[in-house]
Design a protein around this ligand. Structure first.
Ligand code: COA
Length: 136
């Protein structure tokens, strides 16, 4: 059975915001031709920052990445779509869920969930100390 028939296509989320689209390149691969997990994690950190940045309005840092799950390998030429939603706003932190869907190179319009993670960002002041998340 080919890989494309083994994987499950899914509908894209309607309750989350599309925060990033990116296509991995050969320079992002390991020796086996799959995309490095670390490259995907960096993109998830960038994508995850989009909604907290709107709330925090200023300097912030990533404090935690939790439950990072790689469900399927990412390939060169996949179109990756990153969806996100805020799951918690604390005193000084904002936590988001990020889900990543791939359209395989020759199967566009069909989406496979490849990765998901929860990330927490902390609003910080000029000294790098936590500050309150502003009211909406
Ligand atoms: C983020 C940082 C400013 C927090 O400082 P701190 O003195 O530990 O602050 P606190 O303990 O008051 O925690 C601040 C917030 O982070 C949250 N937090 C701390 N550790 C956490 C963890 N492991 N998971 C989830 N949230 C966490 C706290 O719950 C708190 O949120 P709240 O105010 O909304 O409840 C500090 O740890 C830091 O600068 N870390 C480095 C960040 C960085 O460089 N990131 C990039 C890595 S390359």
């Amino acid at each position: 059975m080919s890989e494309t028939t083994r994987t499950h296509t899914v509908a894209l989320p309607t309750d989350q915001e599309l925060v990033l689209k990116v296509i991995p390149m050969p320079a992002d691969c390991n020796a086996s031709g799959d995309i490095f997990g670390g490259w995907v994690m960096a993109q998830v950190d960038l994508a995850g920052a989009v909604l907290p940045a709107r709330r925090v309005r200023g300097r912030m840092v990533t404090v935690a990445v939790n439950e990072f799950i790689f469900k399927q390998a990412v390939k060169v030429g996949d179109i990756l779509s990153f969806f996100s939603r805020i799951v918690r706003v604390g005193r000084t932190s904002v936590t988001v869920k990020v889900e990543v869907f791939a359209e395989r190179f020759q199967l566009q319009g069909q989406y496979i969930k490849v990765t998901e993670a929860n990330l927490t960002y902390v609003a910080v002041d000029d000294q790098g100390k936590p500050r309150l998340v502003p009211e909406e």
